[in-house]
Design a protein around this ligand. Sequence first.
Ligand SMILES: C[S@@+](CC[C@H](N)C(=O)[O-])C[C@H]1O[C@@H](n2cnc3c(N)ncnc32)[C@H](O)[C@@H]1O
Length: 345
Amino acid sequence: MNQAVLENKLLQLATGHQLAAALYFVTVNKIPDCLKDGPRTAEDVAAAVGLPARSVYRLLRAMTTSGIFRLQDGRFSLTEISDLLRTDHARSQRSKILLAASDLDVWSRLGEAVELEDAIPDVKKDWYLEWGRDEDPIMIFDKAMRSYYFDAPAPLLGIYDFDSINTLVDIAGGDGGHLIEILKAHPDMKGILYEQPETARRAQGYISEAGLSGRCVCVAGDFFKPESIPGDGDAYMMRNIMHCWADEPCRQILTNIAARMPDTARILVMEQKLPSSDEQLNDCVEHWGVTPAWWDMLMLLWFGGAERTEDEFKTLYEAAGLKLTNVLEGRLGTVVYEGAKASAI
Ligand SMILES: C[S@@+](CC[C@H](N)C(=O)[O-])C[C@H]1O[C@@H](n2cnc3c(N)ncnc32)[C@H](O)[C@@H]1O
């Protein structure tokens, strides 16, 4: 690459936070929604969202030079990319971008996590609760989580053999979206969604809406308290949970599930694939805009958690009295690490 191009590229990378902040601002203020019916002047947009016209003009003009908006004859319009930020777009990315771009201040403290090899102390994990205005932060959080899986709401359906499971327990199953998809595809299967009380209540609503309350119950609990974990599952699924925790809490969670599950039951940990070899790392497919290695950094900053390789899961399983019995790759980079009680094999 030409030297000047290289230097400009470097500066662009180093100032990525400018665009992230701008994207967050226009998204939270629903500026893409104002442009959905066609081009408008900055004055029009500013009046619609209650902001000063001149600075709205300057912001949209700057974003135009990054391909986010188009400016023609003094009027701004959406580009393909900002169209995705509309609330009513069939594949709206609005909630995901609100969640992803609103933690700028946390990244400015990256050095603390690197030095501590742990989460940034006293970091606000529920920062999104501050969105305020007319937004329900919890709804935005749920929508953001679901939008990661638009292309495959249950990435291991048709790949993992769910047929032999009579009762599937989804440990920390969030709003139930994942379990609902699997139950819809397996009409004889029963489901148990296990979650923290408030989330379990929310999930119950989605399960009823999906017409599945006859064969899916929600159980409230805390996976650090083994007695609250259901004891009657054939398989215990956990998607995107382990990466939120450091090794020791992961070992505790797995140990607690193993203590409660029947001897014949399986544990199904579903996470992103983090390759073991340096060569494969460069070929990692970005399913969600950033590589699994960047997700790993995000997990470190927020929770002291980590993305893990297959070997690291094997070690975690062994520490919890489990044995890794199978590893299968699904869509969207999702891998299932299947395990069973070591004592029962
Ligand atoms: C990243 S979300 C994953 C949700 C879901 N499995 C999915 O893939 O969409 C992590 C979930 O863990 C739940 N959680 C956190 N701590 C928990 C605890 N101590 N006991 C049970 N669930 C917990 C949270 O409520 C949250 O829904």
